[in-house]
Design a protein around this ligand. Sequence first.
Ligand SMILES: NC(=O)c1ccc[n+]([C@@H]2O[C@H](COP(=O)([O-])OP(=O)(O)OC[C@H]3O[C@@H](n4cnc5c(N)ncnc54)[C@H](O)[C@@H]3O)[C@@H](O)[C@H]2O)c1
Length: 366
Amino acid sequence: MEQLKFGVVGAAGRGSGFFTAITCNSRARLEALCDVNEDGLAATAAQVGVTKTYVDYERMMDEAGIDVVIIGTPMPFHTPMAIAALQRGIHVMSEVPAAVSLEEAHDLVLAAKKSRAQYMMAENYCYMRPNVLVRAIARAGLFGEMYFAEGEYLHELKELNEITKWRRKWQTGINGNTYPTHSLGPLLQWMGQRVVSVLCTGAGHHYRDPRGDEYENEDSTTVLCRTDRGGLIQLRLDMLSNRPHNMTYYSLQGTTGCYEAPRGLGDREKIWLQGRCEGMEWMPLEDLAEEFLPEEWLRPSAEQLEAGHGGGDYLEVQDFIRAILDGTPPPTGIHEAMDMTLPGLVSQQSITQGGVWLDVPDSRLW
Ligand SMILES: NC(=O)c1ccc[n+]([C@@H]2O[C@H](COP(=O)([O-])OP(=O)(O)OC[C@H]3O[C@@H](n4cnc5c(N)ncnc54)[C@H](O)[C@@H]3O)[C@@H](O)[C@H]2O)c1
């Protein structure tokens, strides 16, 4: 059986979250690790028994003989590291978002188009069980025409900002939506629509960092997204307000059904579908699992469960392995990655221009 050799960069941090999904899969092998944190790298490598370790990314790509690289480094490294791999014919699975500027995004798309290697963005919220189930119900047509959706990423990270310092610049140091893909990704998959324009506005500044500086990002920002079929999507990002987290709030409205994710305090995923629910009463989303959830989610294998998140991590890596070895397109390939990333980048321009509507480019035309 053909086995893909994986390298992981950012291996002492986020990258390590992919290890089990690789080692559990008989068509993958964890071959090499890279991190600039030498002590962390040595400890991580010892834990997983990998002997090829590198502090230099280019050296790992040139010397380790890898087929695939998983990029788990901070946001500003995603695009340059992805392009460097694609230019070498090494397949790329990148952490989110795909890019931190429109120029970078453009360069990445051109590099992906030119390369014989494949690109996939690791948008793992698309691999959460409730989101997969809603997607299946949406694709079966039960929501009717889908015209409104909400996604919220509420993750207070003022302390984390001071530990992983890149966040202070790339997540809270820029105004607008700097981290859109977890909120937007599942919604785009449900609706099957693309965002064509955005407007972004914010709720002002109420906190300062430990140096007394105001955060450049407003505490709560809202992006309104117009889709190519006239739908409206509302995204809220808040990384600064004092409040409990909720990184997975979503809602969906169609002509014959609607869905709402939990907001805390024992709330559950709930759905209303015309003809299936009593009058206008909610039903628990989970009641539709047996009927709609794909088999691999209903009865996950032992390997899947070992990889974490109910099997989602395993399936995400498996999708990329299948894309490379079997030729099935990756669900979050380069253009889907752009569909999820570009609205955030354009929102940053919108908010600095006073909240005007701006067009979001279609990377398929680049
Ligand atoms: N998908 C998710 O659910 C999720 C969760 C957390 C983080 N993330 C993303 O993962 C990325 C990493 O986040 P993090 O919190 O682990 O950050 P981090 O600061 O802990 O960095 C991750 C690792 O990358 C290493 N690194 C930094 N620069 C490097 C370089 N030039 N070459 C090699 N290694 C380098 C660091 O030493 C660290 O071990 C971010 O882009 C973040 O947005 C995604």
